[in-house]
Design a protein around this ligand. Structure first.
Ligand code: AMP
Length: 284
């Protein structure tokens, strides 16, 4: 396994094997089964797999948890080596953002609601760093998790808008046995908050059950989530949403599928989760 922080070296390996297919799995490290499930998809679908580990400072607001974001490069590399990854790119901040760096990619619409509303500069940071990683690795396919549902929508739009020549592959959300979506940030939870955190998935499932038993009011679905989460004293709701899966606009009435999502604070730690209910054939 090649481990490098050098952009030229990544390109050298990539283009020495130009005819092979390359999968790219961008991560911020502190790897868990969610990340590794994307790595497995890439290994199964491509001749070569590159993983990037970079805690991207530009997607964190000054008030957010950049300095406390968990890191374990040695452990991550051991997991990736055991998985059979070919190349790991571990750039420094200075390599990604030299002092004269000037470019930011912003998307005007799908970045605005939900995460974008709570974290206004977040997706500009994500889009810019992912565009750089796409240009550095030039993968055949790039792998992202449904856990970050809005991110997948933003990045699909980025790929379309800027004509990146790659296929986006979205992997399902991996969960702990109690339903909590795996996240590097789970390591930041106190024992008490960790015990409370499965309420996100419970709330999403309660809304899903309401949908399955015929509820089509967006507000009623949001209210089901609110009620479930506010019953847990450790949880502070940032948002609950029942949105159009394409535009992310909040729905009054669900007609063609719905993205149920929520962001909840436990102390300083903010967790997100979602369930996508796809449009069914018989909704007319
Ligand atoms: P991160 O390191 O948090 O930036 O995540 C890197 C990639 O892993 C992103 O595409 C995430 O959506 C994905 N990911 C994070 N958590 C999970 C999970 N529990 N299941 C599946 N994919 C995940």
């Amino acid at each position: 396994m090649i481990v490098t922080n050098n952009i030229d070296e990544v390109r050298q390996h990539r283009w020495a094997e130009a005819k092979l297919t390359w999968g790219l799995v961008p991560t911020m490290g502190y790897l868990h089964e969610g990340h590794l499930s994307l790595v497995q998809l890439s290994l199964a679908g491509n001749d070569r797999t590159a993983v990037t580990i970079f805690v991207n400072p530009t997607q964190f607001a000054p008030t957010e948890d950049l300095s406390s974001y968990p890191r374990n490069l040695e452990g991550d590399l051991a997991l990736l080596e055991a998985a059979g990854v070919d190349l790991v790119f571990t750039p420094s901040d200075a390599i990604m953002y030299p002092p004269d760096f000037q470019t930011t990619i912003t998307l005007s619409q799908v970045t605005q609601p939900l995460e974008g509303s709570s974290r206004p500069s977040h997706f500009a940071g994500v889009a810019t760093v992912v565009a750089k990683l796409f240009n550095i690795v030039q993968p055949t396919r790039a792998y992202f998790g449904q856990k970050d549902a809005q991110q997948t929508i933003v990045l699909r739009q980025l790929v379309r808008d800027l004509n990146f020549n790659l296929e986006m592959v979205i992997g399902p959300t991996r969960r702990e046995p109690d339903g909590l979506a795996m996240s590097s940030r789970n390591a930041l939870l106190s024992a008490e908050n960790r015990a409370a955190a499965p309420v996100l998935f419970r709330a999403l499932n309660a809304a899903k059950t309401a949908y399955e038993t015929g509820e089509r009011s967006g507000e009623a679905l949001r209210q089901v989530m609110r009620q479930t989460i506010t019953a847990v004293p450790q949880a502070r709701i940032d948002y609950v949403s029942a949105a159009d899966p394409g535009t992310l606009a909040e729905l009054d009435v669900v007609v063609d599928g719905v993205l149920l999502s929520t962001a909840v604070f436990f102390g300083q730690t903010r967790l997100i989760d979602n369930i996508l209910i796809e449009a069914t054939e018989d909704t007319e």
